[in-house]
Design a protein around this ligand. Structure first.
Ligand SMILES: *Cc1c(COP(=O)(O)O)cnc(C)c1O
Length: 453
């Protein structure tokens, strides 16, 4: 017989509307292992909090997405969205699976080069490319995705100076029926801006128009919006073929497929409502195949999928610091990680599981981080069993935008490990030290000494 676990008693007021005398049952089972490695041992070895990535899950996500699109379309190329997670080890897993790189800044561009991605396989997006950035991209033969007319004119001048013909695409924004519309990046389709930019490029003959790019939004729950977008992109490509007898090499549909995270305020869980990759693939591929391209004019389909490929491969492990009662009677639990490293908790209700066995009692709980600021709330309300100081929790779907958007505030950022498909763990980033942090600080000589009385 298994020994029953001790659970400290709790007293709480009865509320109307409870499903039974114990309240709503927690929907989650304990998560004691990730890819066969125990959460306790990971924390014992690498500390708490700790980011953990599953290499197996990442490879599976990409292979599944590739297969899904390639089943429906003859020429598909994924490019890893660096800003979603640009830890070099993470990028290289996707590069090993055949992904190119998609970058939105010079910093990311240099990272991709250092990782060994050939220049012509780095798609250079973003509104802020300096003259120097453009020169480097031209030298490396990278497709430059032009964001605005000022960039187009600058690039044209630089190309003339360098006596080069850069490979370019334009970023197109459009009405896909999703509001608010993302119209701050690129050239608008409906107003004719995009067509004007295309005409300028092709008439000047100084740039080689190789593609068309769009990125209609992020965490898009409506696949049909991609059908609208793909049809409008195809319309531009066919217009180019018609007027200039020029074949566009690729249509880049950007990223934005939703991960299974749950948006705050959503009535249903993300895992219940998020479309699958095949839902997106079906509308995109159908729209392109039906658009009227002659068979050998069919452009390649580029995808810059970010969050949908990494979110479920990332976990954040943490520990309970303490419990307390708020003045209104609610239970609060303080964890050792806050919004500094789980920035995404501002817009997601992250799924969080206890990492040890628990009984049937649960309680509505507020989860706070350890930061000394009021906005440090991980979950405003979650049904959890009583957790004791020292217990561990696992945050799910913590792979996208957590590491890249983390901020350093009053504490040092934790280590990051990857579990390989054999179940071996590898540190892919050490925990920050005070030395790392102060590395670039300078102390003027006259401030070096002081005396306190
Ligand atoms: C952020 C971004 C992506 C990735 O978006 P996800 O929503 O994470 O899939 C792709 N392309 C561009 C241009 C981006 O800015």
């Amino acid at each position: 017989m298994v020994k029953k676990i001790y659970e400290r008693p709790i007293i709480r007021p009865l509320n109307s509307g409870m499903m039974n005398k114990f309240g709503t049952r927690t929907e989650y089972l304990p998560v004691t292992h990730i890819d066969g490695v125990s959460v306790k041992s990971l924390i014992a070895q690498y500390g708490s909090p700790l980011f953990v990535f599953s290499e197996r899950q990442m490879r599976e996500n990409l292979r599944n997405a590739k297969r899904t699109f390639e089943n429906r379309y003859p020429k598909v190329q994924f490019a890893w969205s660096y800003k979603t997670n640009y830890l070099n080890a993470i990028c290289n897993v996707f590069h090993q699976e055949g992904s190119w790189a998609e970058v939105v800044s010079r910093f990311e561009y240099d990272k991709a080069l250092h990782n060994g991605v050939p220049g012509d396989k780095i798609l250079f997006n973003g509104p802020d490319k300096t003259d120097d950035d453009l020169r480097i991209a031209i030298k490396n033969n990278s497709p430059i995705h032009i964001d605005h007319l000022d960039e187009l004119y600058r690039l044209t001048e630089i190309a003339s100076e360098m006596n080069a013909k850069p490979r370019v695409a334009i970023r197109v924004n459009m009405d896909t029926g999703i509001y608010p519309m993302w119209d701050r990046f690129g050239f608008n389709y409906e107003t004719g801006q995009a067509w004007d930019a295309i005409n300028k490029i092709l008439a000047s003959g100084k740039l080689e128009l190789v593609g068309l790019h769009t990125h209609i939004g992020t965490y898009m729950l409506t696949p049909s919006a991609y059908g609208v977008a793909a049809a409008k992109m195809a319309d531009l490509a066919l217009g180019i073929k018609n007027k200039f007898d020029t074949k566009i090499q690729y249509i880049d549909m950007g990223g934005g497929f939703a991960s299974e995270n749950t948006l705050k305020g959503s009535y249903l869980k993300g895992s219940d409502i998020v479309p699958s990759i095949s839902d997106y693939a079906e509308v995109i591929c159908t729209a392109l195949l039906n658009a009227g391209f002659k068979n050998n004019d069919l452009p390649a389909l580029f995808l810059e999928t970010g969050r949908a490929l990494i979110d479920n491969a990332g976990f954040l492990l943490g520990s309970v610091i303490a419990n307390k009662r708020l003045s209104d009677g609610r239970k609060a639990t303080i964890l050792d990680f806050g919004v500094n490293i789980l920035f995404t908790s501002f817009w997601y209700d992250h799924k969080i599981s206890p990492a040890q066995e628990f009984g049937m009692h649960t309680e509505d709980t507020v989860l706070y981080g350890p930061l000394c600021m009021n906005i440090d709330v991980i979950r405003e309300n979650i049904t959890l069993p009583p957790l004791n100081a020292g217990d561990h929790v696992v945050v799910h779907h913590a792979g996208a935008y957590t590491v890249t958007q983390s901020m350093q505030f009053i504490t040092l950022r934790p280590a990051i490990v990857m579990i390989d498909p054999k179940g071996e763990t590898h540190v892919i980033k050490n925990n920050e030290t005070l030395k790392d942090l102060e590395h670039n600080e300078k102390m003027p000589a006259y401030l070096q000494k002081f005396k306190l009385t």
